[in-house]
Design a protein around this ligand. Structure first.
Ligand code: DP6
Length: 331
């Protein structure tokens, strides 16, 4: 099935002319505590496993969209004009192609992100979520968050979780058209929870998460163990959230990230996102834990770490990592 078939199905009977001058929306970025790693459908970004994330409150993307009189789209990202033939420009215009009411319609898209983008901190997740929210506003589609989560997933899998604040579960689903593969929010508040962004390296990523995921599924013998790991971790996380057991949450999230990276390291050619500073920071986290400070890390497809801790340990964690960018997901 094609993306355009799914979209036609969702937007059936929906207006295709804007009644306002522009649409605008914000979406938070999210950090997975149990990762999405591997697709069963490359076209629709349907995952091999369910995943669970925490959204980062006011950290994310604000996107503005309008139709313009021009023969090409105009994309501005963090105040910089983006070349349409760059990989970023191309990914965005190809996604917009799916929504143009007429092939001649051109858009102005302006996006502002308040997370360190160069370091690959889930920018595609909040970027695609904010874009579909802005389109929904612009065209008055009035879609619900489930439908918007499905549309955002077509842009980037992890964007399916960026439609909500708090803890979000993305159910993998089983339908061929992916209509049952979307996020939903878990009814759990945890105001004391803190997430710290630890930027260790800002160079260009060697490989996108999209390519890394594919290579891992195709070549890693360890990958067959991944769905089993996820089943256990999803259960542990959901139990930890209900019981507000922070150590169980941190332990599961850290172990899940390490297991995902183990599948990558066993791919061929091997994929290693960690830099020397990443390993150094992991050791520092483990040292802190030995000293009795409850702090854990998670790592995505990049060298930077996200630290998980509670407000009661904020001072000690900040003392060890003075450059940490602090987020209060429920703040
Ligand atoms: C490691 O959502 O960026 O961050 O669907 O190909 O766009 P595509 O992949 P993407 O992958 C995110 C991978 C991850 C884990 C996660 O966020 O769950």
């Amino acid at each position: 099935m094609k993306k355009s078939d799914v979209i036609r199905n969702i937007l059936r009977d929906k207006p295709s002319t804007p009644r306002i001058q522009f649409g605008q929306a914000f979406a938070p970025t999210n950090i997975a505590l149990c990762k999405y790693w591997g697709k069963r459908d490359l076209e629709l970004n349907l995952p091999i496993n369910s995943s669970l994330s925490i959204s980062l409150g006011d950290k994310g993307a604000t996107t503005f969209i309008a139709e313009i009189e021009s023969d090409q789209d105009s994309i501005v990202f963090n105040e910089q004009s983006i070349a349409l033939h760059s990989s970023f420009g191309n990914r965005l215009t190809t996604f917009l192609d799916l929504f143009r009411p007429l092939p001649t319609v051109r858009y102005q898209v302006i996006t502002q992100m308040n997370i360190p983008v160069a370091s690959g901190l889930a920018s595609s997740a909040c970027g695609f979520a904010a874009l579909v929210l802005a389109l929904n506003h612009f065209y008055h589609w009035d879609l619900d968050l489930t439908q918007l989560s499905i549309l955002a997933r077509l842009g980037s899998g992890s964007a399916a979780r960026s439609l909500w604040q708090g803890f979000v579960k993305w159910e993998m689903g089983s339908a061929k058209d992916g209509m049952d593969s979307h996020g939903h929010v878990l009814p759990i508040q945890w105001p004391e929870l803190r997430v710290g962004l630890l930027i260790l390296h800002t160079g260009q990523k060697p490989l996108s998460s999209r390519e890394a995921m594919l290579r891992t599924v195709q070549t890693s013998h360890l990958y067959s163990a991944w769905p089993k790991q996820v089943d256990m971790d999803m259960q542990s996380l959901e139990r930890a959230l209900v019981a507000k057991d922070f150590n169980a949450l941190g332990r599961t999230a850290e172990n899940n990230a390490m297991a995902m990276h183990a599948t990558m390291m066993s791919a061929w050619p091997a994929i290693v996102y960690s830099q020397p500073a990443t390993i150094g920071a992991m050791n520092q986290v483990w040292e802190l834990r030995k000293e009795g400070v409850s702090v854990y890390f998670t790592q995505d497809a990049g060298p930077n770490l996200k630290l998980l801790f509670l407000a009661e340990n904020q001072e000690k964690v900040m003392a060890a990592f003075p450059d940490l960018e602090m987020c209060e997901p429920f703040g």
